[in-house]
Write a protein that binds this ligand. Structure first.
Ligand SMILES: CC(C)(COP(=O)(O)OP(=O)(O)OC[C@H]1O[C@@H](n2cnc3c(N)ncnc32)[C@H](O)[C@@H]1OP(=O)(O)O)[C@@H](O)C(=O)NCCC(=O)NCCS
Length: 170
């Protein structure tokens, strides 16, 4: 089985917060950040598997503090762990107050991507080798998160079976 270092999947994107990015409180709109998180995470997954990578799930996006127009926003993503065909990607959002230089973790997220072949069937993906303390910690704790996802997925499927597909006016 092919292996790659976690660092080979690392992506960084740093940007400003512009007026179209903010909500009524003049802080960054959550949906905008979620879109950027999915975007960068998909690149990390693709750098690992080099086939089509689709988002299977997002565990959560924890908005730990507001992001303001005076901040720069840095998104860092990397593949932390792989199953057989799935890849767990971690995204860390760091803000830097451009006046004071103070940095904070503004948000974190775990996403799962699945590698697909030309017929859209899941295919085995390379394993990852963690090197830094942070990478090792995330790698060691990943199988527990994967198990929780499996349980949640079963519950989601049962929930979807119970829901109606009729529109309200029908
Ligand atoms: C994700 C998808 C490819 C999985 O297909 P599937 O036929 O259910 O595949 P499997 O049950 O064999 O699962 C394949 C792998 O995905 C993982 N997986 C599937 N659904 C998952 C979920 N919701 N969360 C986390 N992992 C998931 C499985 O655990 C398995 O991992 P492993 O091979 O490492 O053990 C399929 O559900 C899909 O195409 N979903 C839509 C994806 C999409 O359009 N994303 C964009 C959102 S707009």
């Amino acid at each position: 089985m092919e292996q790659k270092f976690v660092k080979e999947t690392r992506c960084i994107k740093i940007s400003r917060v512009f007026p179209p990015d903010v909500n009524n409180h003049n802080t960054m709109f959550g949906g905008k950040l979620m879109s950027q998180i999915d975007d960068i995470a998909s690149i990390s997954a693709s750098k690992l598997c080099r086939v089509t990578a689709v988002t299977a799930s997002t565990d959560s996006v924890d908005f730990l503090r507001p992001i303001r127009p005076t901040d720069s926003v840095s998104l860092e993503s990397f593949v932390t762990w792989t199953g057989k065909t799935s890849m767990e990607v971690f995204v860390k959002v760091i803000t830097e107050n451009l006046r004071t230089g103070k940095r904070d973790i503004a948000a974190t997220s775990f996403l799962t991507f699945v590698g697909l072949d030309e017929t859209n069937m899941p295919v085995p993906v390379p394993r990852v080798i963690p090197e830094t303390e942070e990478e090792k910690k995330l790698y060691e704790t990943a199988s527990h998160r994967s198990e929780m996802r499996r349980t949640r997925r079963e519950a989601s499927k049962k929930f979807a079976d119970f829901l109606l597909t009729k529109y309200p006016w029908e």
